[in-house]
Ligand binder design. Structure first.
Ligand code: CA
Length: 144
C-alpha cells in the first residue's frame, strides 16, 4: 500500500517540523504549507489523504480554510483535522460544524496526533479504498 500523504498547514515552523518529523517516522508522506495560500497551491498540485489545519494562520483562519475545503466539490471528501490552542468548547463546536473531521488541542503529544490521524483515515477510506477481498468482489464492500 502506498504511503498516505498528509498536508500540514501551520505557520509556526517549529510545530510544523515537529509534526512532520513524527509523521515521516510513522511512514507518512508529508507536505507542508505555512499559510492558506500555500495550502491551496499544494492542493491544486496533488491531493493528500488528509489535511491538518492550524486554527491560527496568518492569511485566513484555519476554520475558514476548512469551511472552504468542505464547500468545494473537489475537496469535500478530504478529511480535515484542526489543530488549535483554543480549548473552549464553543471553538471545538465551531471547528466541527465548520466541517473538520476531528479536532486536536495544543499542546498535543505526537502519539495522540498520530492516533487521531489514523482513526480519521480509517473512517474516511472505509468505503473508498476497499481491502483486497472487496476489490476482488466489487459491490460487496458497501451495503448502502
Ligand atoms: Ca498557527
Amino acid at each position: 500500500m502506498p504511503a498516505k500523504q498528509v498536508l500540514i498547514v501551520e505557520d509556526e515552523r517549529p510545530i510544523r517540523e515537529m509534526i512532520a518529523f513524527g509523521l515521516k517516522r510513522a511512514g507518512f508522506e508529508v507536505r507542508e504549507a505555512e499559510d492558506c495560500r500555500a495550502a491551496r497551491a499544494a492542493l491544486a498540485d496533488t491531493r493528500p489523504d488528509l489535511v491538518l489545519v492550524d486554527w491560527m494562520l496568518p492569511d485566513m483562519s484555519g476554520l475558514e480554510l476548512t469551511r472552504a475545503l468542505k464547500r468545494d466539490r473537489e475537496t469535500r471528501e478530504l478529511p480535515v483535522i484542526m489543530l488549535t490552542a483554543r480549548a473552549e468548547e464553543g471553538d471545538k463546536v465551531a471547528g466541527l460544524e465548520g466541517g473538520a473531521d476531528d479536532y486536536v488541542t495544543k499542546p498535543f503529544s505526537p502519539r495522540e496526533l498520530l492516533a487521531r490521524i489514523r482513526s480519521v483515515l480509517r473512517r474516511s477510506t472505509g468505503g473508498q479504498q476497499p481491502a483486497t477481498a472487496a476489490e476482488a468482489a466489487p459491490g460487496t464492500g458497501r451495503t448502502a
